[in-house]
Each structure stands twice: as structure tokens, then as C-alpha cells.
Design a binder for this molecule. Structure first.
Ligand SMILES: Nc1ncnc2c1ncn2[C@@H]1O[C@H](COP(=O)(O)OP(=O)(O)O)[C@@H](O)[C@H]1O
Ligand SMILES: [Mg+2]
Length: 386
């Protein structure tokens, strides 16, 4: 396929001449006549190489290069800069802002092509090497799916805080992801107003999703936990049918960290039906309310019927409110016919404060009872992973 080159120059004659010459060589050319336009074009379609003039009004080439390098999505795109004056300072500056190479104007076509080929082949080699590294990691991580019978029981809270507890206690790398297109809440809770990393992966053909693609959509929270987040825009629920994409992602994710915690949300949706088979452990979140427990018991039975063995299922009880009319721990176990591995006591004030500060509960108040309960859950998960 023809390599896509973005040509950036405020001089229209240069754009036209160099553009035509490169087109004749078989490259696919797009042109921008100023910095902001170039940045927008890179965002809309990532080129294989940027040819960047330095002297431009408003935003010079150095600034364009700096901004490209600062944007994780496009930071790897190779850049060759055109310097008008062959000053040493200019050349040094080119490398300081992250350019891969520079050329002095006026440019000889043969020289330009030779430099472009060299840069493109270096990048290709690098990419092949890192693809192989990303695709063949050493071992399989431990994947935990967190699920419930309906919304509002605490699934997202458990998934995120368990992830952070695993990172802090086990000192292992952790990815937390919500497989909830159009219904993601983890991003919002943490104050990310745009969390749509999953969307771009859901738009691809499932067979074309690589570990590298997933890696480039993952963001790192200040706690160190890695996040792959669903959008919260209700319309994106159209991706709920992209079951094969979720499967492909899960298969890669399981090899991308020591622990991978999935917020699966409520119910055995078509996505969850597939993903539970890839998970090493399923945590079912319940509340001490009779009707919810009847439904939760049904979920546990269905999981067992689908071949998820007893040893792979655990139950956590989240008490969100203090109430005398709720069932006790032992009543819950009796109703479910299964042990509850951790109980979370009501912490409405902490939940409110954490949400208001865009912090996970466990970081809002690390010495709270709730935090200790998450540490206990993390320890139990780690024990199973032995
Ligand atoms: N132990 C707790 N005590 C009080 N409120 C809690 C507790 N755990 C979670 N919550 C709150 O319950 C609400 C629902 O939790 P969330 O994790 O979003 O549920 P789900 O993902 O199952 O819909 C949130 O407002 C959360 O802050
Ligand atoms: Mg949720």
C-alpha cells in the first residue's frame, strides 16, 4: 500500500512541487499550509510520515513537532523537518523537539526520497520488533470478571478498587477495563470527561485488533493502574453487538498484565456469555435484599451450568446502606447456597467524598474499613492465582 505522507509548508509552490514529485514516486500525499491544519489532519488520519517546514507564521514547525510528540496517539509518527538555513542551532533544535531527521532547503528530490526511505524503513523495523514483543508476552495474566444481576450494586466500584488494591498489595501491573460501551462510569468517576478508548477498538474488524492497538488506547491513572475505558455516551451502546471485538480484546488483554479486572456490569449479555469463558475468576456482587438474592442465585446456577466451576466463582456482598431490615451475612449465604468471601460495610459518606474528588474509595481514605475490605479481597484473589 502507498505510504501516506503529510506535507506541511506555508509556501504553496513548495507544497505543489514536492507534492507532485512524491506522488509520481507512488506516495499518497496530503498537504497542510499551516501548523494547526497539520495537527488536525494528523488526528483525522495518522500518516506514515510528516514532512514539516520550520518557518511558518503563527505556529512554527518546532511547535507542531512538539505537539505531535506530546499526543500519545500520534507520538510515534516519524517527522522529517525542512530547515531553510543550515544553522547548527536549527539542526540541534530539530532533534530536541523529536524530529527523526532534517533536510536543508532547497531540497533535491533524490536526496529527499533517500531520507524518507531511510526513516520509513527504520520505523517499520521498530514496529515489527515491538509488535512481536507485544504479541508474544511471556505468560498469561489472571483475568477477573466482576458481574451482578442489575445495575447499582457496586460492580464498577469493586472492579476499580480491587484493581488498585492488587497493584498496591501485590506490586503487580494491573489493567482495569469496563466492557460497557455507552454505559461506562469508571472514567466519569475518575474525572476523565472523554473516555472512549474502547470505541476505536470496537470500530475495527475483530481480527485486526492487535495488542499494540489496545496498548495505545490504555491510559495510566496516577495510582499506576492502567485503564481501558468505555464511553458514557448512551448512543455508543450500539457497540453492544460487537461481541467478537470484545472477545478479541479479552484474548489480548489476558496477556498484557499480571491482573486484568473487567467490569462486566449486570447480567449474562451476549458479550458476557463469551467473556466469562476467558476469565479465570468471576466475582458476583450481591446485596442483602431477598429479591436480588433470588436473581443472584439464578445467576450463580447459570454460571455453573455454563461450565464455570465452583472454584472460579466468588461472591462479595456490598452493603451500600445501613438498614435493620436487610438480611445478615449468614442469611445471604443460606439463600445463595454459597460462601460470601468478603463483605463491604456501608460507607455512603466515603462513597460520596470519593466521587466528589474523582478518586477511587481506596485512595480517598486509605486507612478506612472499606479500604481494608478491598485489601482482603485482593489477598483472596491473589491466593487463588497461586
Ligand atoms: N460500600 C459502599 N457503601 C456505600 N455506597 C457504595 C459502596 N460501594 C459502592 N457504593 C456506591 O454505590 C453506587 C453504585 O455503585 P457502582 O459501582 O456504580 O455500581 P454498578 O457498577 O453495579 O452499577 C455508587 O454511587 C457507589 O459509590
Ligand atoms: Mg457500573
Amino acid at each position: 500500500m502507498a505510504e501516506k505522507i503529510l506535507l506541511v509548508d506555508d509556501d504553496l509552490d513548495t507544497l505543489r512541487l514536492v507534492g507532485l514529485m512524491l506522488q509520481r514516486q507512488g506516495y499518497q500525499i496530503r498537504a497542510a499550509s499551516d501548523g494547526p491544519q497539520a495537527l488536525a489532519m494528523v488526528e483525522s488520519e495518522i500518516p506514515d510520515l510528516v514532512l514539516l517546514d520550520i518557518m511558518m507564521p503563527d505556529m512554527d514547525g518546532y511547535e507542531v513537532a512538539r505537539r505531535l510528540r506530546a499526543n500519545p496517539r500520534v507520538a510515534d509518527v516519524p517527522i522529517i523537518m525542512f530547515t531553510a538555513k543550515a544553522q547548527i542551532d536549527d539542526k540541534v533544535m530539530c532533534f530536541e523537539v523529536g524530529a527523526d531527521d532534517y533536510l536543508t532547503k532547497p531540497i533535491q528530490p533524490r536526496e529527499l526520497i533517500a531520507h524518507m526511505k531511510a526513516v520509513l524503513s527504520r520505523v517499520q523495523k521498530r514496529q515489527t520488533a515491538s509488535d512481536t514483543a507485544a504479541e508474544t508476552p511471556l505468560e498469561r495474566g489472571y483475568m477477573i470478571g466482576v458481574i451482578s444481576v442489575r445495575g447499582g450494586l457496586g460492580v464498577s466500584t469493586v472492579a476499580l478498587n480491587l484493581g488498585i488494591a492488587l497493584l498496591q498489595e501485590q506490586k503487580k501491573d494491573v489493567i482495569v477495563t469496563d466492557f460497557r460501551p455507552g454505559q461506562g462510569t469508571i472514567g466519569l468517576e475518575l474525572g476523565y470527561l472523554r473516555s472512549d478508548g474502547l470505541n476505536r477498538l470496537l470500530q475495527r474488524k475483530p481480527t485486526e485488533i492487535t495488542a499494540r492497538d489496545i496498548e495505545s488506547e490504555i491510559i495510566t491513572h496516577p495510582s499506576g493502574v492502567k485503564l481501558l475505558l468505555s464511553s458514557h455516551y448512551p448512543g455508543d451502546a450500539r457497540y453492544l453487538s460487537a461481541v467478537a471485538n470484545f472477545e478479541a480484546m479479552a484474548v489480548h488483554l489476558v496477556r498484557m498484565a499480571h491482573y486484568i479486572v473487567l467490569d462486566l456490569g449486570p447480567g449474562l449479555s451476549p458479550i458476557n456469555e463469551k467473556i466469562i469463558n476467558i476469565c479465570d475468576e468471576i466475582i458476583v456482587v450481591v446485596e442483602p435484599v431477598p429479591q436480588t438474592l433470588i436473581q443472584s442465585k439464578a445467576l450463580l446456577d447459570e454460571l455453573t451450568a455454563k461450565g464455570i466451576g465452583e472454584g472460579r466463582i466468588s461472591v462479595v456482598l456490598v452493603n451500600r446502606i445501613r438498614s435493620g431490615v436487610q438480611l445478615s451475612w449468614s442469611q445471604v449465604q443460606e439463600q445463595l447456597g454459597k460462601n460470601v468471601s468478603v463483605i463491604f460495610t456501608p460507607a455512603p459518606e466515603l462513597a460520596y467524598q470519593a466521587s466528589a474528588h474523582n478518586l477511587p474509595l481506596i485512595l480517598q481514605q486509605p486507612d478506612s474499613l472499606t479500604s481494608q475490605q478491598f485489601v482482603k479481597l485482593a489477598e483472596k484473589v491473589a491466593l487463588r492465582n497461586r
